[in-house]
Design a binder for this molecule. Structure first.
Ligand SMILES: Nc1nc2c(ncn2[C@@H]2O[C@H](COP(=O)(O)OP(=O)(O)OP(=O)(O)O)[C@@H](O)[C@H]2O)c(=O)[nH]1
Ligand SMILES: [Mg+2]
Length: 462
Protein backbone atom coordinates (compact mmCIF):
# COMPACT_ATOMS: atom_id res chain seq x y z
CA UNK A 1 0.00 0.00 0.00
CA UNK A 2 1.25 3.45 -0.89
CA UNK A 3 1.43 6.24 1.66
CA UNK A 4 0.13 9.79 1.86
CA UNK A 5 1.74 12.35 4.17
CA UNK A 6 -0.22 15.38 5.35
CA UNK A 7 1.36 18.61 6.50
CA UNK A 8 -0.44 21.51 8.21
CA UNK A 9 1.06 25.01 8.28
CA UNK A 10 -0.10 27.84 10.52
CA UNK A 11 -3.15 28.02 12.69
CA UNK A 12 -5.72 27.34 9.99
CA UNK A 13 -3.56 24.63 8.37
CA UNK A 14 -3.04 22.75 11.64
CA UNK A 15 -6.72 23.03 12.52
CA UNK A 16 -7.81 21.81 9.08
CA UNK A 17 -5.45 18.84 9.36
CA UNK A 18 -6.66 17.91 12.84
CA UNK A 19 -10.28 18.34 11.87
CA UNK A 20 -9.72 15.98 8.94
CA UNK A 21 -8.05 13.43 11.23
CA UNK A 22 -11.12 13.49 13.50
CA UNK A 23 -13.39 13.15 10.49
CA UNK A 24 -11.44 10.15 9.19
CA UNK A 25 -11.35 8.54 12.60
CA UNK A 26 -15.13 8.79 12.81
CA UNK A 27 -15.47 7.03 9.47
CA UNK A 28 -13.12 4.14 9.05
CA UNK A 29 -10.39 1.98 10.41
CA UNK A 30 -6.90 3.40 10.08
CA UNK A 31 -5.07 2.24 6.99
CA UNK A 32 -1.37 2.12 6.19
CA UNK A 33 -1.91 4.86 3.64
CA UNK A 34 -2.58 7.46 6.29
CA UNK A 35 -1.23 5.94 9.53
CA UNK A 36 1.97 4.34 10.68
CA UNK A 37 2.83 2.13 13.64
CA UNK A 38 5.53 3.25 16.03
CA UNK A 39 8.31 0.65 16.12
CA UNK A 40 9.01 1.14 19.83
CA UNK A 41 5.48 1.41 21.29
CA UNK A 42 3.36 -0.19 18.60
CA UNK A 43 0.98 2.80 18.78
CA UNK A 44 -0.65 4.02 15.61
CA UNK A 45 -0.09 7.61 14.62
CA UNK A 46 -1.20 9.61 11.63
CA UNK A 47 1.34 10.40 8.90
CA UNK A 48 0.99 14.05 9.79
CA UNK A 49 3.41 16.91 10.47
CA UNK A 50 2.21 20.17 12.01
CA UNK A 51 4.14 23.43 11.91
CA UNK A 52 3.40 26.90 13.24
CA UNK A 53 5.55 29.73 14.53
CA UNK A 54 2.96 30.33 17.20
CA UNK A 55 3.93 28.46 20.39
CA UNK A 56 0.31 28.35 21.50
CA UNK A 57 -0.77 26.22 18.57
CA UNK A 58 -0.72 22.89 20.50
CA UNK A 59 -2.80 24.45 23.29
CA UNK A 60 -5.40 25.72 20.84
CA UNK A 61 -5.38 22.38 19.04
CA UNK A 62 -5.86 20.53 22.30
CA UNK A 63 -8.85 22.68 23.13
CA UNK A 64 -10.63 22.24 19.81
CA UNK A 65 -9.28 18.97 18.42
CA UNK A 66 -8.14 16.81 21.36
CA UNK A 67 -8.90 13.59 19.52
CA UNK A 68 -7.14 14.70 16.34
CA UNK A 69 -4.12 15.89 18.30
CA UNK A 70 -3.85 12.55 20.12
CA UNK A 71 -3.30 10.90 16.72
CA UNK A 72 -0.26 13.04 15.91
CA UNK A 73 3.21 12.11 17.14
CA UNK A 74 4.20 15.04 19.45
CA UNK A 75 7.73 14.94 17.98
CA UNK A 76 6.23 15.96 14.66
CA UNK A 77 4.66 19.15 15.94
CA UNK A 78 6.97 22.15 15.52
CA UNK A 79 6.27 25.50 17.04
CA UNK A 80 8.31 28.68 17.33
CA UNK A 81 8.83 31.31 19.98
CA UNK A 82 8.11 34.40 17.95
CA UNK A 83 4.36 34.02 17.72
CA UNK A 84 2.42 35.05 14.71
CA UNK A 85 4.17 35.91 11.45
CA UNK A 86 1.28 37.71 9.78
CA UNK A 87 3.40 38.54 6.75
CA UNK A 88 4.44 36.13 4.03
CA UNK A 89 8.09 37.28 4.09
CA UNK A 90 8.38 36.61 7.81
CA UNK A 91 7.06 33.13 7.18
CA UNK A 92 9.44 32.60 4.28
CA UNK A 93 12.66 34.29 5.35
CA UNK A 94 12.80 35.09 9.07
CA UNK A 95 10.36 33.94 11.74
CA UNK A 96 9.25 30.84 9.87
CA UNK A 97 12.65 29.79 8.54
CA UNK A 98 13.65 27.54 11.43
CA UNK A 99 10.25 25.86 11.51
CA UNK A 100 10.37 25.27 7.77
CA UNK A 101 13.81 23.63 7.97
CA UNK A 102 12.68 21.47 10.89
CA UNK A 103 9.56 20.43 9.00
CA UNK A 104 11.64 19.54 5.97
CA UNK A 105 13.88 17.35 8.10
CA UNK A 106 10.88 15.63 9.71
CA UNK A 107 9.38 15.14 6.29
CA UNK A 108 12.60 13.63 4.95
CA UNK A 109 12.67 11.13 7.83
CA UNK A 110 9.01 10.30 7.38
CA UNK A 111 9.57 9.65 3.68
CA UNK A 112 12.39 7.23 4.59
CA UNK A 113 9.87 5.26 6.68
CA UNK A 114 7.48 4.93 3.73
CA UNK A 115 7.50 2.01 1.30
CA UNK A 116 6.27 4.02 -1.64
CA UNK A 117 5.07 7.55 -1.08
CA UNK A 118 1.99 8.38 -3.14
CA UNK A 119 2.10 12.11 -2.48
CA UNK A 120 1.52 14.80 0.09
CA UNK A 121 -1.45 16.94 1.04
CA UNK A 122 -0.62 20.35 2.46
CA UNK A 123 -3.22 22.31 4.41
CA UNK A 124 -2.92 26.04 5.08
CA UNK A 125 -4.49 29.44 4.85
CA UNK A 126 -2.48 31.39 2.30
CA UNK A 127 -3.75 34.56 3.96
CA UNK A 128 -1.53 33.86 6.97
CA UNK A 129 2.22 34.44 7.20
CA UNK A 130 3.07 30.82 7.98
CA UNK A 131 0.37 29.39 5.74
CA UNK A 132 1.78 31.32 2.76
CA UNK A 133 5.49 31.99 3.31
CA UNK A 134 6.61 28.93 5.27
CA UNK A 135 4.32 26.64 3.32
CA UNK A 136 5.46 28.06 -0.05
CA UNK A 137 9.11 27.52 0.70
CA UNK A 138 8.40 24.02 1.99
CA UNK A 139 6.58 22.88 -1.14
CA UNK A 140 9.25 24.45 -3.36
CA UNK A 141 11.93 22.47 -1.50
CA UNK A 142 9.95 19.23 -1.57
CA UNK A 143 9.26 19.68 -5.25
CA UNK A 144 12.92 20.16 -6.11
CA UNK A 145 14.15 17.36 -3.79
CA UNK A 146 11.51 14.78 -4.72
CA UNK A 147 10.97 15.17 -8.43
CA UNK A 148 7.62 13.96 -9.63
CA UNK A 149 6.02 13.71 -6.18
CA UNK A 150 2.34 14.71 -6.17
CA UNK A 151 1.65 17.75 -4.02
CA UNK A 152 -1.97 18.70 -3.40
CA UNK A 153 -2.67 21.97 -1.56
CA UNK A 154 -5.87 22.39 0.39
CA UNK A 155 -5.89 26.15 0.85
CA UNK A 156 -8.04 28.82 2.41
CA UNK A 157 -7.71 31.79 0.11
CA UNK A 158 -8.00 35.39 1.28
CA UNK A 159 -11.38 36.88 0.56
CA UNK A 160 -12.69 40.41 0.71
CA UNK A 161 -13.84 40.44 4.28
CA UNK A 162 -10.77 41.88 5.87
CA UNK A 163 -10.30 43.51 9.21
CA UNK A 164 -7.27 45.41 10.46
CA UNK A 165 -5.35 42.23 11.35
CA UNK A 166 -5.98 40.72 7.95
CA UNK A 167 -5.14 43.69 5.77
CA UNK A 168 -2.04 42.04 4.27
CA UNK A 169 -3.83 38.75 3.56
CA UNK A 170 -4.20 39.73 -0.10
CA UNK A 171 -0.41 40.25 -0.32
CA UNK A 172 0.21 36.91 1.36
CA UNK A 173 -2.18 35.11 -0.96
CA UNK A 174 -0.85 36.67 -4.15
CA UNK A 175 2.76 36.10 -3.08
CA UNK A 176 2.03 32.39 -2.72
CA UNK A 177 1.05 32.16 -6.39
CA UNK A 178 4.54 31.26 -7.60
CA UNK A 179 5.09 28.25 -5.33
CA UNK A 180 1.52 27.06 -5.86
CA UNK A 181 1.74 27.26 -9.63
CA UNK A 182 5.28 25.90 -9.85
CA UNK A 183 5.32 23.19 -7.19
CA UNK A 184 1.78 22.08 -6.51
CA UNK A 185 -0.12 19.67 -8.69
CA UNK A 186 -3.60 20.69 -7.58
CA UNK A 187 -4.73 23.65 -5.48
CA UNK A 188 -8.11 23.21 -3.82
CA UNK A 189 -9.48 26.70 -3.26
CA UNK A 190 -11.70 27.25 -0.24
CA UNK A 191 -12.67 30.57 1.27
CA UNK A 192 -14.01 31.20 4.73
CA UNK A 193 -16.90 33.08 3.11
CA UNK A 194 -17.70 29.95 1.09
CA UNK A 195 -17.46 27.59 4.04
CA UNK A 196 -19.51 29.78 6.37
CA UNK A 197 -22.18 30.47 3.72
CA UNK A 198 -22.48 26.74 3.19
CA UNK A 199 -22.72 26.13 6.95
CA UNK A 200 -25.48 28.71 7.18
CA UNK A 201 -27.51 27.91 4.09
CA UNK A 202 -27.15 24.16 3.71
CA UNK A 203 -26.41 23.03 7.24
CA UNK A 204 -28.50 25.67 8.99
CA UNK A 205 -25.80 26.68 11.44
CA UNK A 206 -26.66 30.22 12.43
CA UNK A 207 -23.21 31.43 13.44
CA UNK A 208 -20.60 29.09 12.06
CA UNK A 209 -17.38 28.78 14.01
CA UNK A 210 -13.98 27.80 12.64
CA UNK A 211 -14.77 24.31 13.91
CA UNK A 212 -17.91 24.17 11.74
CA UNK A 213 -16.07 25.50 8.70
CA UNK A 214 -13.14 23.15 9.18
CA UNK A 215 -15.58 20.27 9.72
CA UNK A 216 -17.20 20.97 6.36
CA UNK A 217 -13.86 21.10 4.59
CA UNK A 218 -12.96 17.79 6.27
CA UNK A 219 -16.15 16.07 5.19
CA UNK A 220 -15.36 17.01 1.61
CA UNK A 221 -11.64 16.23 1.83
CA UNK A 222 -12.32 12.81 3.29
CA UNK A 223 -13.93 11.89 -0.07
CA UNK A 224 -10.80 12.94 -1.91
CA UNK A 225 -8.59 10.92 0.43
CA UNK A 226 -10.95 7.98 -0.04
CA UNK A 227 -10.51 8.34 -3.78
CA UNK A 228 -6.71 8.36 -3.48
CA UNK A 229 -6.83 5.34 -1.19
CA UNK A 230 -8.99 3.37 -3.61
CA UNK A 231 -6.92 4.34 -6.65
CA UNK A 232 -3.57 4.16 -4.87
CA UNK A 233 -2.55 7.04 -7.06
CA UNK A 234 -2.63 10.81 -6.75
CA UNK A 235 -1.10 12.00 -10.00
CA UNK A 236 -3.72 10.68 -12.43
CA UNK A 237 -6.27 13.09 -11.00
CA UNK A 238 -4.12 16.07 -11.91
CA UNK A 239 -3.68 14.76 -15.41
CA UNK A 240 -7.44 14.69 -15.93
CA UNK A 241 -8.25 17.94 -14.12
CA UNK A 242 -5.40 20.20 -15.21
CA UNK A 243 -5.63 20.67 -18.98
CA UNK A 244 -3.14 23.48 -18.82
CA UNK A 245 -0.10 24.10 -16.67
CA UNK A 246 -1.52 27.19 -14.97
CA UNK A 247 -5.01 25.83 -14.30
CA UNK A 248 -4.32 24.35 -10.93
CA UNK A 249 -6.94 26.21 -8.92
CA UNK A 250 -9.94 23.98 -8.40
CA UNK A 251 -13.37 24.70 -6.94
CA UNK A 252 -14.50 22.16 -4.32
CA UNK A 253 -18.15 21.24 -3.82
CA UNK A 254 -19.81 18.87 -1.39
CA UNK A 255 -23.26 17.41 -0.91
CA UNK A 256 -24.98 14.65 0.98
CA UNK A 257 -28.52 13.34 1.12
CA UNK A 258 -28.85 14.98 4.55
CA UNK A 259 -29.04 18.29 2.75
CA UNK A 260 -31.89 17.47 0.39
CA UNK A 261 -34.79 19.82 0.86
CA UNK A 262 -38.39 19.38 -0.32
CA UNK A 263 -38.07 22.56 -2.42
CA UNK A 264 -35.97 20.60 -4.85
CA UNK A 265 -38.50 17.84 -5.45
CA UNK A 266 -38.96 18.53 -9.15
CA UNK A 267 -35.85 16.50 -9.85
CA UNK A 268 -36.99 12.95 -9.47
CA UNK A 269 -33.94 10.93 -8.72
CA UNK A 270 -32.06 11.55 -5.53
CA UNK A 271 -28.87 10.47 -7.20
CA UNK A 272 -29.36 12.82 -10.10
CA UNK A 273 -30.21 15.66 -7.75
CA UNK A 274 -27.11 15.12 -5.64
CA UNK A 275 -25.01 15.15 -8.79
CA UNK A 276 -26.67 18.35 -9.96
CA UNK A 277 -26.02 19.93 -6.58
CA UNK A 278 -22.32 19.35 -7.04
CA UNK A 279 -22.52 21.80 -9.94
CA UNK A 280 -24.66 24.33 -8.10
CA UNK A 281 -22.65 27.26 -6.64
CA UNK A 282 -24.65 27.05 -3.39
CA UNK A 283 -22.81 23.81 -2.74
CA UNK A 284 -19.33 25.15 -3.49
CA UNK A 285 -16.92 25.70 -0.64
CA UNK A 286 -15.69 28.79 -2.40
CA UNK A 287 -17.32 32.14 -2.40
CA UNK A 288 -16.38 35.76 -2.57
CA UNK A 289 -18.27 39.00 -2.76
CA UNK A 290 -17.37 39.16 -6.45
CA UNK A 291 -19.24 35.95 -7.10
CA UNK A 292 -22.43 37.37 -5.67
CA UNK A 293 -22.72 39.56 -8.76
CA UNK A 294 -23.01 36.63 -11.07
CA UNK A 295 -24.60 33.95 -8.97
CA UNK A 296 -27.28 35.90 -7.18
CA UNK A 297 -28.31 38.58 -9.61
CA UNK A 298 -29.48 38.02 -13.14
CA UNK A 299 -27.08 39.77 -15.44
CA UNK A 300 -28.65 39.40 -18.80
CA UNK A 301 -32.29 39.27 -19.83
CA UNK A 302 -33.32 36.17 -21.65
CA UNK A 303 -34.35 37.03 -25.17
CA UNK A 304 -37.67 35.15 -25.16
CA UNK A 305 -39.30 36.26 -21.94
CA UNK A 306 -38.95 39.31 -19.86
CA UNK A 307 -39.50 37.30 -16.69
CA UNK A 308 -36.80 34.86 -17.47
CA UNK A 309 -33.27 35.74 -16.64
CA UNK A 310 -30.14 33.95 -17.45
CA UNK A 311 -27.29 33.89 -15.04
CA UNK A 312 -23.77 33.84 -16.33
CA UNK A 313 -23.02 30.18 -16.89
CA UNK A 314 -20.21 28.57 -15.05
CA UNK A 315 -18.01 26.98 -17.61
CA UNK A 316 -16.61 23.60 -16.71
CA UNK A 317 -13.57 22.19 -18.40
CA UNK A 318 -13.28 19.13 -16.22
CA UNK A 319 -14.59 17.78 -12.94
CA UNK A 320 -13.51 15.10 -10.52
CA UNK A 321 -16.56 13.52 -8.86
CA UNK A 322 -16.06 11.39 -5.77
CA UNK A 323 -19.15 9.52 -4.68
CA UNK A 324 -19.61 7.61 -1.49
CA UNK A 325 -22.37 5.35 -0.30
CA UNK A 326 -25.00 2.96 -1.50
CA UNK A 327 -26.63 2.59 -4.90
CA UNK A 328 -24.47 4.91 -6.92
CA UNK A 329 -24.10 3.69 -10.45
CA UNK A 330 -22.72 5.00 -13.71
CA UNK A 331 -26.31 5.35 -14.97
CA UNK A 332 -27.82 7.43 -12.17
CA UNK A 333 -24.71 9.61 -12.09
CA UNK A 334 -24.89 10.08 -15.85
CA UNK A 335 -28.54 11.16 -15.57
CA UNK A 336 -27.46 13.81 -13.07
CA UNK A 337 -24.84 15.01 -15.49
CA UNK A 338 -27.30 15.30 -18.33
CA UNK A 339 -28.57 18.87 -18.59
CA UNK A 340 -30.05 18.28 -21.98
CA UNK A 341 -28.67 19.78 -25.10
CA UNK A 342 -27.50 21.94 -26.69
CA UNK A 343 -24.60 23.02 -24.59
CA UNK A 344 -24.74 24.98 -22.35
CA UNK A 345 -27.61 23.36 -20.56
CA UNK A 346 -29.24 24.47 -17.40
CA UNK A 347 -30.13 23.21 -13.99
CA UNK A 348 -33.19 25.34 -13.34
CA UNK A 349 -34.41 26.44 -9.94
CA UNK A 350 -37.79 28.03 -9.33
CA UNK A 351 -37.47 31.19 -7.32
CA UNK A 352 -41.01 31.78 -6.09
CA UNK A 353 -40.12 34.95 -4.25
CA UNK A 354 -38.94 36.76 -7.33
CA UNK A 355 -41.47 35.15 -9.68
CA UNK A 356 -38.97 34.26 -12.29
CA UNK A 357 -37.14 31.12 -13.01
CA UNK A 358 -33.61 31.47 -11.90
CA UNK A 359 -31.39 29.54 -14.14
CA UNK A 360 -28.23 28.20 -12.71
CA UNK A 361 -25.98 27.93 -15.65
CA UNK A 362 -23.91 24.85 -16.01
CA UNK A 363 -22.13 24.15 -19.22
CA UNK A 364 -19.31 21.93 -20.27
CA UNK A 365 -16.73 23.87 -22.12
CA UNK A 366 -16.98 22.16 -25.46
CA UNK A 367 -13.36 21.41 -26.08
CA UNK A 368 -12.96 19.83 -22.67
CA UNK A 369 -16.16 18.04 -21.67
CA UNK A 370 -14.41 15.77 -19.33
CA UNK A 371 -15.16 14.24 -16.01
CA UNK A 372 -13.53 11.59 -13.95
CA UNK A 373 -15.37 9.82 -11.18
CA UNK A 374 -15.07 7.16 -8.53
CA UNK A 375 -17.46 5.46 -6.17
CA UNK A 376 -16.41 4.56 -2.65
CA UNK A 377 -17.94 2.27 -0.06
CA UNK A 378 -20.36 3.78 2.46
CA UNK A 379 -18.73 4.75 5.72
CA UNK A 380 -20.06 5.59 9.13
CA UNK A 381 -19.70 9.25 8.24
CA UNK A 382 -20.43 12.62 9.69
CA UNK A 383 -18.92 14.53 12.52
CA UNK A 384 -19.30 13.17 16.01
CA UNK A 385 -22.89 12.67 16.96
CA UNK A 386 -24.24 12.77 13.41
CA UNK A 387 -26.22 9.92 11.98
CA UNK A 388 -25.12 7.53 9.33
CA UNK A 389 -24.77 9.28 5.99
CA UNK A 390 -25.53 6.77 3.26
CA UNK A 391 -24.97 9.00 0.24
CA UNK A 392 -22.59 11.87 -0.19
CA UNK A 393 -20.28 13.26 -2.82
CA UNK A 394 -17.50 15.73 -3.37
CA UNK A 395 -16.48 17.42 -6.57
CA UNK A 396 -13.38 19.24 -7.68
CA UNK A 397 -14.23 21.48 -10.60
CA UNK A 398 -11.90 22.92 -13.17
CA UNK A 399 -14.14 25.86 -14.01
CA UNK A 400 -14.01 29.61 -14.27
CA UNK A 401 -15.58 30.14 -10.84
CA UNK A 402 -12.22 30.30 -9.08
CA UNK A 403 -11.24 33.11 -11.42
CA UNK A 404 -13.44 35.54 -9.52
CA UNK A 405 -11.87 34.74 -6.18
CA UNK A 406 -8.40 35.17 -7.64
CA UNK A 407 -9.49 38.42 -9.31
CA UNK A 408 -10.77 39.77 -6.03
CA UNK A 409 -7.44 39.06 -4.34
CA UNK A 410 -5.69 40.80 -7.25
CA UNK A 411 -7.85 43.91 -6.92
CA UNK A 412 -7.26 44.08 -3.18
CA UNK A 413 -3.57 43.59 -3.85
CA UNK A 414 -3.54 46.40 -6.44
CA UNK A 415 -5.31 48.83 -4.14
CA UNK A 416 -2.66 48.28 -1.46
CA UNK A 417 0.31 48.03 -3.77
CA UNK A 418 -0.54 51.22 -5.65
CA UNK A 419 0.23 53.04 -2.39
CA UNK A 420 3.05 50.64 -1.58
CA UNK A 421 1.23 50.02 1.71
CA UNK A 422 3.25 47.75 4.04
CA UNK A 423 5.69 46.87 1.27
CA UNK A 424 8.62 48.16 3.35
CA UNK A 425 7.69 45.63 6.03
CA UNK A 426 7.89 42.70 3.61
CA UNK A 427 11.12 44.04 2.11
CA UNK A 428 12.59 44.53 5.60
CA UNK A 429 11.97 40.82 6.23
CA UNK A 430 13.97 39.79 3.18
CA UNK A 431 11.51 39.93 0.29
CA UNK A 432 12.82 41.47 -2.90
CA UNK A 433 10.57 44.24 -4.11
CA UNK A 434 10.48 42.64 -7.54
CA UNK A 435 8.63 39.66 -6.07
CA UNK A 436 5.47 41.75 -5.70
CA UNK A 437 4.99 42.61 -9.40
CA UNK A 438 6.32 39.18 -10.41
CA UNK A 439 3.75 37.29 -8.33
CA UNK A 440 1.02 39.65 -9.42
CA UNK A 441 1.95 39.12 -13.08
CA UNK A 442 1.99 35.38 -12.60
CA UNK A 443 -1.50 35.47 -11.17
CA UNK A 444 -2.61 37.78 -13.99
CA UNK A 445 -1.21 35.21 -16.43
CA UNK A 446 -3.36 32.55 -14.78
CA UNK A 447 -6.43 34.77 -15.07
CA UNK A 448 -5.69 35.76 -18.66
CA UNK A 449 -5.29 32.11 -19.57
CA UNK A 450 -8.67 31.30 -18.10
CA UNK A 451 -10.14 34.13 -20.13
CA UNK A 452 -8.48 33.18 -23.39
CA UNK A 453 -9.34 29.48 -23.03
CA UNK A 454 -12.95 30.34 -22.29
CA UNK A 455 -13.43 33.02 -24.94
CA UNK A 456 -14.46 30.81 -27.90
CA UNK A 457 -17.34 29.63 -25.76
CA UNK A 458 -18.44 33.20 -25.03
CA UNK A 459 -18.39 34.22 -28.67
CA UNK A 460 -20.41 31.19 -29.58
CA UNK A 461 -23.14 32.09 -27.15
CA UNK A 462 -23.44 35.80 -27.88
N1 LIG B 1 -11.58 28.17 8.48
C1 LIG B 1 -10.63 28.53 9.32
N2 LIG B 1 -9.99 29.69 9.17
C2 LIG B 1 -9.01 30.01 10.04
C3 LIG B 1 -8.67 29.16 11.11
N3 LIG B 1 -7.67 29.75 11.81
C4 LIG B 1 -7.41 30.91 11.19
N4 LIG B 1 -8.21 31.08 10.12
C5 LIG B 1 -8.21 32.18 9.16
O1 LIG B 1 -7.00 32.09 8.41
C6 LIG B 1 -6.49 33.38 8.13
C7 LIG B 1 -5.08 33.55 8.70
O2 LIG B 1 -4.42 32.38 8.64
P1 LIG B 1 -3.69 31.71 9.93
O3 LIG B 1 -3.69 30.25 9.66
O4 LIG B 1 -4.32 32.18 11.19
O5 LIG B 1 -2.28 32.33 9.80
P2 LIG B 1 -0.91 31.56 10.01
O6 LIG B 1 -0.60 30.73 8.83
O7 LIG B 1 -0.92 30.93 11.36
O8 LIG B 1 0.12 32.75 9.97
P3 LIG B 1 0.27 33.91 11.01
O9 LIG B 1 -0.78 33.80 12.07
O10 LIG B 1 0.15 35.08 10.16
O11 LIG B 1 1.58 33.71 11.58
C8 LIG B 1 -7.44 34.35 8.77
O12 LIG B 1 -8.31 34.81 7.75
C9 LIG B 1 -8.20 33.54 9.78
O13 LIG B 1 -9.50 34.05 9.95
C10 LIG B 1 -9.37 27.92 11.24
O14 LIG B 1 -9.13 27.10 12.12
N5 LIG B 1 -10.32 27.67 10.31
MG1 LIG C 1 -0.76 32.00 13.23
Amino acid sequence: MKEIIQVGFGQAGCNLTLSLLEQLASELHPTDTLYSESESTGNLSARVILADTDGEMPMIAKKYYPKGLSMVNPDLISTGRDGSCVCQSRGQFTTGREIQQKTEEQFRKMVEGCDQLMGIIVHSSVGGGVGSGTMGRFIDQVCSNQKGLSIVNNVLYANGRTNADQVVECYNSVLSTLPLVQSSELVILNTNAGLSNYNQVNQRIERPTFRDMNGLNSQAMSHLLGHFEVKQDMSSLASSLVPHNLFKFLTPAFTSNHLLSPANLDVTSEHALLTKQLFNPSFYLLHSDYLADTTLHPFRKHSQSKNLYQIEPIKHMASGLFYRGSDWSQENIASGLDWGSPNPSWAGQRDTKHKYVRQLGVGWFEDYPNYTMSIQQARKGGMEGEQIRPKSAMALHQNDFSKKVLREACDNFDRMYSKRAFVHWFVGEGQSEGEFPESREQLEAVLKDYESYMSPYEEENE
